[in-house]
Design a protein around this ligand. Structure first.
Ligand code: HEM
Length: 129
């Protein structure tokens, strides 16, 4: 991918990634409709925040800063200890889509990113429904 035109650069680089991830976890903790998703996570969300920020940097076509610290992402394997079915996938996506809207990641780029998030979240499912 051309890094200059990567989604990472287009949304506004590391500052915007951090803003998006912080909004995502703030919403997860605040909005009752995400309570099941919140309950799957550790009481303290600071490590989740840090890891998702590092991971999304590379996933969005920016610098790979996750792997030097935590090794190969193996994202699906890292999620196998959690039961992820349609409900969990949908809550994760609804929370992320709301965070994107709140951070003004919209329009054509927003639609492309929503599709990428959908594909990755759907791939994480490890329950039939
Ligand atoms: C499909 C629904 C998903 C659910 C229910 C889910 C749930 C979780 C949970 C419970 C954790 C552990 C956090 C903790 O212990 O506090 C986690 C970690 C993580 N998730 Fe997800 N997740 C989902 C989708 C995604 C997607 C789509 C991405 C990336 C685009 C992602 C990226 C990550 C990363 C990077 C970590 C940290 C991994 C590590 O280094 O240990 N997750 N997720």
């Amino acid at each position: 991918m051309d890094t200059q035109n990567s989604p990472y650069e287009l949304i506004g680089g590391s500052q915007k990634v951090d803003e998006l991830v912080d909004r995502f976890y703030d919403l997860m903790a605040l909005d009752e409709s995400f309570s099941q998703l919140r309950a799957m996570h550790s009481p303290d969300l600071s490590s989740s925040r840090e890891k998702l920020k590092l991971f999304l940097s590379g996933w969005l076509g920016g610098p790979d800063i996750y792997s030097p610290k935590y090794g190969h992402p193996m994202l699906r394997a890292r999620h196998l200890s959690f039961k992820i079915g349609l409900n969990e996938r949908n809550q994760w996506l609804a929370c992320m889509y709301q965070a994107m809207e709140d951070c003004e990641i919209t329009g054509e780029l927003g639609a492309r990113l929503e599709e990428s998030f959908f594909n990755t979240a759907d791939w994480m499912r490890n329950q039939p429904n």
